[in-house]
Write a protein that binds this ligand. Sequence first.
Ligand SMILES: Nc1nc2c(c(=O)[nH]1)N[C@H]1C(S)=C(S)[C@@H](COP(=O)(O)OP(=O)(O)OC[C@H]3O[C@@H](n4cnc5c(=O)[nH]c(N)nc54)[C@H](O)[C@@H]3O)O[C@H]1N2
Ligand SMILES: Nc1nc2c(c(=O)[nH]1)N[C@H]1C(S)=C(S)[C@@H](COP(=O)(O)OP(=O)(O)OC[C@H]3O[C@@H](n4cnc5c(=O)[nH]c(N)nc54)[C@H](O)[C@@H]3O)O[C@H]1N2
Ligand SMILES: [Mo]
Length: 791
Amino acid sequence: MTTSDDTAPTPPREPQGPQEQPPEQPRERPENDGPSPAGPPHVQPYHHPAAGWGAAKSVTRFLLREGAYLDGPRAVMRMNHEDGGFDCPGCAWPDDTKGLHLDICENGIKHVTWEMTRKRVGREFFAAHSVTELSGWSDFALEDQGRLTEPMVYDADTDHYVPIGWKDAFALAGGALRGLDDPNRAAFYTSGRLGNEATFLYQLLARELGTNNLPDCSNMCHEASGRALQAALGTGKGTVDLKDWEVTDALFILGVNAASNAPRMLTSLAEAYKRGAQIVHINPLVEAAATRTIIPHDFTDMALNRATRTGTLNLQPRIGGDMALLRGMAKAILEQSATDERALDRLFVERHTSGFEAYRDVCESTPWEEIERQSGLDRAAVLKAARVYREADRSIFSWCLGVTQHEHGVDTVREIVNLLLLRGNLGREGAGPSPVRGHSNVQGNRTCGIDHRPADAFLDRLAEACGIEPPREHGLDTVGTIEAMRRGEIEVFVGMGGNFALAAPDTPYTHQALAACALTVQVSTKLNRSHLVHGRRALILPCLGRTEKDHQRAGVQSTSVEDSMSMVHLSVGMKRPASPHLLSEPAIVAGIARAALPDSPTPWEWYIEDYDRIRDTMARVLDGFEDFNRRVRLPLGFRIKQPARELVFLTRSGKAEFSTAPLPDVVPAPGTLALGTMRSHDQWNTTIYSDDDRYRGVKNLRTLVFMNRDDMRERGLAEFDRVDVTSTAGDGSTRSVHGYLAVPYDIPRGCAAGYMPELNVLCAIGDFSTQSDQPIMKHLKVTVERAGRTG
Ligand SMILES: Nc1nc2c(c(=O)[nH]1)N[C@H]1C(S)=C(S)[C@@H](COP(=O)(O)OP(=O)(O)OC[C@H]3O[C@@H](n4cnc5c(=O)[nH]c(N)nc54)[C@H](O)[C@@H]3O)O[C@H]1N2
Ligand SMILES: Nc1nc2c(c(=O)[nH]1)N[C@H]1C(S)=C(S)[C@@H](COP(=O)(O)OP(=O)(O)OC[C@H]3O[C@@H](n4cnc5c(=O)[nH]c(N)nc54)[C@H](O)[C@@H]3O)O[C@H]1N2
Ligand SMILES: [Mo]
């Protein structure tokens, strides 16, 4: 019961010395060797509305566990405030623009509190535990030790991390980078937390050194969205903002578990419902956001326990079946346009698009049987969705990983755009594409230069403003980096946040790749697996979190971030840092850069004294960042201009482009299932808060496979029977996990689901999309058998 929310709350304690910190029987690693022993697993359908009192209860328990019951609420009041405060690190959903609400959610509070914990990992902790010993701890136990406090270096002789001063740490990292015979032997990973200013300096360091090896979490996340929108509309981002959400007539929500992963969307959905808008959820699972919610900041609703519906229609396609459904909707609209003048916006199509005839032909020649087979939905269901779309004057399509992490992720996003174009749902209020990004600043990272395939125009401006000669050759993305490390071609890996060892596909393969490096450097806030799976030499560089005050020479500094809807605003920490020895991320980048590039023309230290100076340079390099320092201080920040929103398309044809990709075959072969990996409610990517998944009714269990009852029956399986799950990769190789529990669930036949990051062991490194290079994390080809039959 060490991790369950049911644990009786312990009173808050003073910051503990590391010696007192119990390794408290670290849970066994929830690897492929059976369910964790946290308590008896339990699954029961969840019938309550999303958010509301269940969320409030869960937050209270969490605050108590982290000993943050005073700081937590105070910090939360400063979160996402238009007049200062820090940006919620929880997700990339935009802030409420009306300033009417306390703009928070359960998972945002948990995520902030996670950073503000009173627990600390100091040098005594590392002296007491060898790396080999820590490798046997669970991921939960590692992060649960608290915040890192000072730089540490791996000592191979004793197998312990030992303290190192910042100067020596920079000299070690800088020396290794300087000593490379080719700058492409270094890779610089970014997790989407990093603020814009640190991001800009980080890419400058890589490019000044001479490499575009800038893998990032986006390569596993929304790469497909960026590529599709870029090709179709000439801009790699969504075109709508929250104001559009407030006036739209129909919302189509595809492949996102909003109640858990973008909880503030619940408010928009509830408000849309109250307004009379249609809300169509497209997801193999009926997630909590598809039912109803109690809006947590609506005190009357909370007091009366009054729930609002957040959906008007649920469609459960098979995994990977979205594109067929979307094509079916387009086919229906086109068929209807023969008799219904207003089904198709002919004027818009004529003026602003290219490739319509070819697309119409493709829709006409795709038989309904094919659409039904590939979507897993019958024609009547597809027509229902099409009718909602036809009857709405303005529609928004919003999506997340259920759409992107497929072989055909790019084609599906383009099909979304096709459908939008047919009815002119672009460039006007209340209409357009609206991807839900993941990490709180993942979109800002890309805007500010984290791109292994940078545009020439960007590099030209960077060269001019910074006086450097950036490399033009494309660099490596996440999968490419892992493969290159494994081949011994990358010697230095720098992880700027994140948890590469667990987040990346093919866990054992990725671990071998990291271990093959000469040096791994992790800039982190908490201890995690990526510190234990390391190169021959290794550094842990602890940094300030977003909630903490960043003092530099010119005073307390703020950093900027960009949300899912292209709003850029400032974030300023308000807490005393977890340790006096922490440095800010910009300062760490500058420290490494100064040591790696002794003759650098960049005034690294001068930049760190006052981040306004970094922003002045960014204003000269980045499109849409003119007058950055002034505009970012406006009450809600500013919106990066979006040419496609103004119907200006920076595409080859100068128009929005239809695409005509064939439907992929997503129907599982007989005897196999399509398995999607996803997050539980009580988790933040590789950070697991507990083994519960409240909205799916799961308690104390992560090593599970959700299956359709008929698929279970066919295999002779009953609830909680132990199973082995084996994936077969494109190259025919197989990977297995053993002793998982089968859980019957409302999911289409032929489909299965389970949790990341545990199931990353099933994702073969070679199985990435040929369209986006993203690992195919939502469509593993698996067999499920009673445990013990596979070796
Ligand atoms: N609390 C919390 N918030 C988070 C995160 C977190 O871990 N915890 N992670 C952040 C990050 S980095 C990201 S990228 C986002 C992720 O946000 P989500 O995209 O919601 O993440 P997943 O948990 O992977 O859920 C994928 C959803 O897609 C559905 N799905 C699976 N396959 C298909 C399919 O073929 N078609 C359709 N239509 N649906 C499908 C699943 O049922 C599930 O509802 O959330 C961000 N916010
Ligand atoms: N099978 C499968 N795998 C997946 C996915 C999936 O759906 N299925 N999703 C993918 C997606 S969408 C993503 S985005 C990736 C996520 O991949 P990552 O971004 O690499 O992983 P996170 O778990 O978000 O990283 C957590 C760590 O970040 C560090 N951290 C937290 N805050 C800060 C900070 O302020 N500064 C710094 N420097 N460090 C900080 C902490 O040390 C913490 O342990 O995982 C991917 N992996
Ligand atoms: Mo993500």
